[in-house]
Structure formats: structure tokens, C-alpha cells
Design a protein around this ligand. Structure first.
Ligand SMILES: [Zn+2]
Length: 189
């Protein structure tokens, strides 16, 4: 959309594009080479680092509980999507920084009450707003059982809790839900 701050486009469609590109380097995509052939082109140590860092995401997402369904997210089943979500939001944020640099200090805001939010905040609000949804309990159960993606709320919470720029933008303090200690944060791309 041309008539709203670009930070919002980068947080939504920009993040989706970055998410899709990151799939090339998720648990499945990484098995293929640049031509799309199934071929191991990674060193053993790179593969080991990748596997160790992936395990961080598995543990993190396994911990998201849904009391109504009496279930948790399956961190292994959703790993590829979670890697793409976490990489995607970071890459899109880098695009925001590059865009801001081009405009050297001219920042865009929304009108009215929304003008309290700066571009970094609008970027994250737009990302979260994209996944705003209200699903029936049975649909959530189905997603938890067999979906490649975790429920939408976890797609937002999981990737933003790992991202220091989000904590900075909204001044999240240690101990709050969206703040993970730096050593606990899962980061791959
Ligand atoms: Zn995906």
C-alpha cells in the first residue's frame, strides 16, 4: 500500500518475502544446492552448528502451551516455518534500516492517535497485525496436531521474543513475556 508508512509494508509483505527466501536455508531447503538439486553442499561443522541452533527453536516452541486444548506446539513439526519466521523478521528489519538510511532522518508516522508510534514500532505492529486471528478451539487443535505452522499468536510471540530490536522498540524489560535473556534467544539467520 503506497499511502501508509513503508515501515508497515516492510513488516508485513516484506517479512513474508523474506520468510519465503529463508525457506531455502531451513531444515529442508538446506538439503538442496543452488540449482535445486538434492545435494549436501555444507561442511560438517556448518551442519552441526545449524542443527544445534535449530534445537534452540525446537525447545522454545515446544514450550508454548494451549490450556484449552491441553496441548503444546510441536517444535519439531513446525521447525522449518519457525526458522523462516525468525529469519524473515530480521531480514525485513534490515530492509527497514536500509530504507531509513536512504531517507536520512525523515520518518513517517500514521495520523491521529497512531502518531505515537515510530517507524520501528509500526514495523512490528504491522507484522503482528498480519497474523491477528480468532480461531475456533477445534481449528487450533488441528493446527497444533498437524500444521506446519504454529498458531498465529505463537508465530508472533516466538519470533519477536528472540529479537532484541523488538525489545528495544517497545522497551520490554527482563521478566516480561516478550523478553528473553540474550543467552536464551534462538537465532539462526
Ligand atoms: Zn513458510
Amino acid at each position: 500500500m503506497m499511502d501508509r508508512p513503508w515501515a508497515m509494508n516492510l513488516g508485513s509483505i516484506g517479512m513474508i518475502m523474506a520468510h519465503e527466501m529463508t525457506h531455502a536455508l531451513d531444515i529442508q531447503g538446506s538439503l538442496y544446492d543452488f540449482k535445486g538439486d538434492l545435494r549436501n553442499w555444507w561442511s560438517e561443522s556448518a551442519r552441526k552448528t545449524f542443527t544445534d541452533k535449530s534445537q534452540c527453536f525446537v525447545n522454545q516452541y515446544n514450550s508454548y502451551r494451549f490450556p484449552e486444548q491441553n496441548m503444546t506446539v510441536n517444535g519439531s513439526l513446525t521447525l522449518g516455518e519457525n526458522i523462516a519466521d525468525n529469519g524473515g523478521i530480521r531480514e525485513a528489519y534490515r530492509a527497514l534500516k536500509a530504507y531509513q538510511k536512504q531517507r536520512s532522518g525523515q520518518f513517517e508516522r500514521l495520523p491521529g492517535k497512531m502518531d505515537q508510534f515510530d517507524e520501528e514500532q509500526l514495523f512490528f505492529i504491522s507484522f503482528a497485525n498480519m497474523w491477528c486471528s480468532n480461531n475456533l478451539p477445534n481449528a487450533v487443535k488441528k493446527t497444533l496436531e498437524s500444521g506446519a505452522h504454529p498458531p498465529e499468536s505463537v508465530r508472533v510471540d516466538g519470533s519477536l521474543a528472540n529479537f532484541d530490536k523488538f525489545s528495544d522498540a517497545f522497551h520490554c524489560k527482563p521478566g516480561s513475556k516478550m523478553f528473553r535473556q540474550p543467552e536464551e534467544r534462538c537465532i539462526l539467520w
